[in-house]
Design a protein around this ligand. Structure first.
Ligand code: CUA
Length: 473
């Protein structure tokens, strides 16, 4: 009996059977529905039911089980027809030529099972649960799951060993590291899931020597598709929830923070302590006290980043409206580095500044020292300001080439300008070049000095800087 709701299947199979030299197979029934199949079974008692493998009505465990119900000798075979009508494909896609199917059917009609060929046989007693491939699938699932679990654990241990994150030096780093930890574990699992299943498939399902058949034909699985859509969605939502929570924790304000103004310029950092009246090129912070950083830039976008603090924030040009805040509570004494984390031009990579986390007493000692250290000598003061305002990132004092003209021998010299004219370098020209850097550009250089560098300088500081440049003539 042939069970298929597709008329073409029955037609094709008949065609195949007609190629047999002796036409002794009798097709006792063609069933297009389950009811037809059951009544044909009762009426004709066939030896063999050939079920269309590609037919969604018949190729279901419970239907196959019903077809053999109460029939001791009956065998059910799942069959698919190959293109061109020359071959039949048994359920696992092994192909048989027309001459082979003849032998195979003969053995069925003789009442003996063709042991050398793959045939799905459902035992009367066992029911659907005795479906042999089911158990095999379950075995593979369990082995693969164990492999994935082991790989996940190994990956987590491996990730912990290589220490991806530097020292944790701020209170705000704690929730951030917790989030990193969760993400590393998810990453380890995903890595294990993909690599584990791939390795298992490559090894266990590799082609046996001499086997040149196709793989099992899989149409799709709604259950699997729903699962692999919902699981990543839930994971992403969970991480964004955690992320929002962690962000909130890093923003918790202290009522009395140490206030700082942090100014990025191409290509240096300046740290102003308005409460203490100090400006510095190195960031010094007392341990266990929250620092409130107000970040700004004199030219392009920079980004303040100390990896050990884990926090990162842009320093934007545009004055007070564009100030961005960052709260850092250092908790580990030590020396770190501010890095610029936004590509900002030629010397972006060297836009670094040292960071010191100090004991409260040490910090106070430094504050006292800085306040007392303002020299009587304008040249000495000027040298200090040039360091603080980042001038030395572009101008050298020893004649070496730089982004801007060197200061060695500059004062009193004749400078050729871009427009071909010549100017004498005197205090008036130097002042103009500091306050309005774009006014006169020296030949061979570009107009890239921050336009408002002098905004934060006092008149005295500018005088001091000019005195320092004069001292280098
Ligand atoms: Cu400033 Cu990169």
């Amino acid at each position: 009996m042939i069970a298929s709701s597709h008329p073409l299947f029955a037609k094709g199979l008949r065609g195949l059977l007609q190629k047999r030299p002796q036409g002794d197979v009798i097709i006792v029934g063609l069933a297009a529905t389950i009811e037809e199949a059951l009544s044909a079974l009762r009426e004709h008692r066939p030896d063999l039911v050939i079920v269309d493998y590609d037919d969604k009505i018949f190729n279901r465990d419970e239907i196959l089980a019903r077809l053999v119900e109460g029939e001791g000798r009956l065998r059910v075979v799942l069959l698919s027809l190959g293109a061109g009508g020359d071959e039949a494909i048994v359920y696992d896609r092994r192909t048989m030529a027309a001459s082979q199917i003849e032998d195979w059917l003969e053995k069925w009609t003789d009442g003996q099972e063709p042991s050398d060929l793959p045939v799905i046989a459902i035992d009367n007693g066992g029911g659907a649960s005795a479906y042999p491939t089911r158990r095999k699938h379950m075995k593979h699932t369990i082995f693969a799951a164990v492999l994935v679990a082991i790989l996940t654990i190994l990956s987590i241990i491996g990730l912990e060993q290589i220490q991806l994150l530097p020292e944790q030096a701020s209170v705000q780093a704690e929730p951030i590291d917790f989030l990193f930890d969760v993400e590393f574990k998810i990453i380890a699992f995903l890595f294990a899931l993909i690599v584990g299943l791939m390795l298992y498939s490559i090894i266990v399902f590799r082609r046996k020597p001499g086997d040149d058949t196709d793989a099992e034909h899989v149409e799709g699985s709604t259950r699997l598709e729903v699962l692999w859509t919902l699981a990543p969605l839930a994971t992403v939502l969970y991480i964004s929830f955690l992320g929002a929570q962690v962000l909130g924790e890093t923003l918790i304000p202290d009522p009395q923070p140490l206030e700082l103004r942090v100014v990025g310029s191409q290509w240096s950092w300046r740290f102003e302590y308005p409460q203490l009246g100090i400006t510095a090129t190195e960031l010094r912070l007392p341990v266990n006290k929250q620092a409130l950083l107000r970040l700004t830039s004199t030219d392009v976008i920079h980004s303040f980043w100390v990896p050990e603090f884990r926090l990162k924030q842009d320093a934007l040009p545009g004055g007070d409206d564009m100030v961005r805040e960052l709260r850092i509570t250092p908790k580990t004494l030590g020396e770190y580095k501010v890095r610029c984390a936004e590509l900002c031009g030629l010397h972006h990579a060297t836009m670094l500044a040292p960071v010191f986390v100090l004991e409260q007493e040490e910090f106070q000692a430094w504050v006292d020292e800085e306040r007392a250290a303002v020299s009587d000598d304008p040249v000495e003061r000027g040298q200090k300001w040039t360091a603080q305002f980042g001038c030395l990132a572009c101008h050298t004092t020893d004649g070496a080439p730089g982004v801007g003209p060197t200061w060695q021998g500059l004062f009193g010299s004749q400078e050729r300008l871009q427009d071909g004219t010549t100017v004498e370098v005197d205090p008036g020209y130097l002042r103009e070049s500091i306050v309005e850097p774009g006014a006169k550009i020296t030949e061979g250089f570009q107009n890239i000095m921050p336009a408002d560098i002098a905004r934060d300088m006092t008149d005295e500081q500018i005088e001091d800087v000019i005195a320092f440049i004069e001292s280098l003539k």
